[in-house]
Ligand binder design. Structure first.
Ligand code: UTP
Length: 412
């Protein structure tokens, strides 16, 4: 594509970002083209407003928070079979697809490649991607269908992710795997200036797991799903090695209750566990973050002793394709995080900061839940469905995930 550099220069000046062309002449032709593509695409109004919010705080307006109803999978009795039949039928008819969000940076884990390539240390030394793929292959066999697998990467890790799959012959599941790339937003410094990365291009970062709906739509994956006859889409993270993407009970409940979204929860380990909890916000489904909840709310219980806000959101949700279409069209709020980011200073010198120096903006998947009128919440067992790999050591680390995985699959 041809870009008009003078027009771009003019736009940059208007938004106080003209430094972004400072090293343009030093780049080769291919990189120049890439830079112009970025500069042409960036929404400078949005970036300016996000910067203003970093100064004022990102507090979203006051809302009315209430508990949300949930169903305990293991207290269903005879309804269990009923929901199971409905869900099984839909799965066998090929109506389910799985989406794995693998665009995160995995900064806490500190692994240099895409998080999905991480080996949690099982004797078989399989990567997270392979563990998830093994599970999908097994379920496909069980229901005698091929469950399509859509993998969201970031611009940063897309090539490396695809190389990894190629090298591993797509774990024998090639024809069912589709990759798509999530959106990005530039990182800015404390003065609101967009950073230039070491390569001379705009420093951009993935726009958070909330970017999944929009990128499913924009990348054409929703159309592909429709062509395949998909009606239901499970969306989960790459870093939960026990994620159960194919759950007839969850599907059966969503279908039977005629809702377009359903989420799985595990009960909080204690009232103050640092996890988000399902709730209703202004009458609509939502997740309240641990930082937003008062002690009184966190500890409140119902007549059966259940915590009112005790259903942790574990990033395991099921959506009707119509809900994804709706969510993908609505802009989500961005949250800011102050992070360390290597950049080029005004003299073209690479600066590797020791302390955070830049804002990164991310949308959260659950901020879109309010788009649907109602959501079915299914409480499942932590030891069966939730083994996250977040930190290098301690809680939610490869060590804890490995243990949970081995216990569940009865490996020694
Ligand atoms: P986390 O929020 O735990 O982030 O992502 P992370 O990137 O894995 O790790 P940190 O915070 O940098 O240490 C939860 C899930 O959402 C995906 C991740 O890949 C993971 O599966 N995710 C997160 C994306 O796909 N894109 C994003 O922009 C952010």
């Amino acid at each position: 594509m041809e870009y008009n550099i003078e027009e771009i220069r003019h736009k940059l000046k208007k938004y106080g970002q003209e430094h972004l062309l400072n090293f343009y002449d030093l780049l080769d032709e291919k990189m120049q083209e890439k830079l112009l593509e970025q500069l042409n695409r960036i929404d400078y109004e949005l970036i300016n407003s996000l910067y203003e919010k970093t100064k004022k705080g990102f507090n979203h307006e006051e809302s009315k928070i209430e508990p949300i109803d949930f169903i305990d999978k293991y207290k269903l009795n005879e309804e269990y079979k009923y929901y199971e039949e409905i869900g099984k039928k839909a799965i066998k008819e090929g109506k389910l697809a799985a989406v794995t969000m693998a665009g995160g940076q995995g900064t806490r884990l500190g692994h240099s490649g895409p998080k999905g390539t991480y080996d949690i240390g099982l004797d078989c030394h399989k990567s997270l991607f392979e563990l998830l793929c093994d599970y999908l292959k097994e379920e496909s066999k069980k229901y005698d269908v091929q469950i399509p697998w859509f993998i969201m990467t970031s611009r940063e890790n897309n090539a490396e992710t695809i190389d990894f799959f190629k090298k591993n012959k797509y774990f024998g599941y090639e024809k069912n795997i589709h990759f798509f790339i999530q959106g990005e937003l530039p990182m800015i410094d404390t003065e609101g200036k967009i950073l230039i990365g070491e390569d001379g291009l705009v420093k951009e970062a993935a726009d958070g797991h909330g970017g999944v709906y929009e990128s499913l739509l924009k990348s054409g994956m929703v159309d592909k799903m429709k062509e395949l006859g998909i009606e239901w889409v499970f969306i989960g993270g790459v870093d939960n090695c026990l994620v159960k993407m194919v759950d007839p009970i969850l599907m059966g409940i969503a279908i039977d209750k005629n809702v377009t979204a359903a989420g799985k929860s595990v009960v909080k380990a204690n009232p103050h566990e640092k996890v988000g909890a399902f709730c209703k916000k202004n009458g609509r489904p939502s997740v309240i973050e641990y930082s937003e909840i008062t002690d009184e709310m966190a500890e409140a219980t119902d007549e059966n002793g259940n915590l009112l806000y005790g259903e942790s959101h574990i990033l395991c949700n099921l959506f009707n394709i119509s809900a994804i279409e709706r969510m993908g069209k609505e802009p989500l709020p961005y949250h800011s995080a102050f992070k360390k980011a290597t950049y080029l200073d005004k003299n073209g010198k690479v600066v590797v900061p020791d302390t955070p120096n830049a804002y990164k903006f991310e949308a959260f998947l659950f901020d879109a839940f309010g788009e649907v009128d109602d959501m079915a919440i299914l409480r499942v067992k932590r030891e069966e469905e939730f083994a996250p790999v977040k930190n290098a050591t301690g809680v939610d680390s490869p060590e804890t995930a490995r243990k949970l995985y081995k216990n569940f699959y009865k490996l020694n």
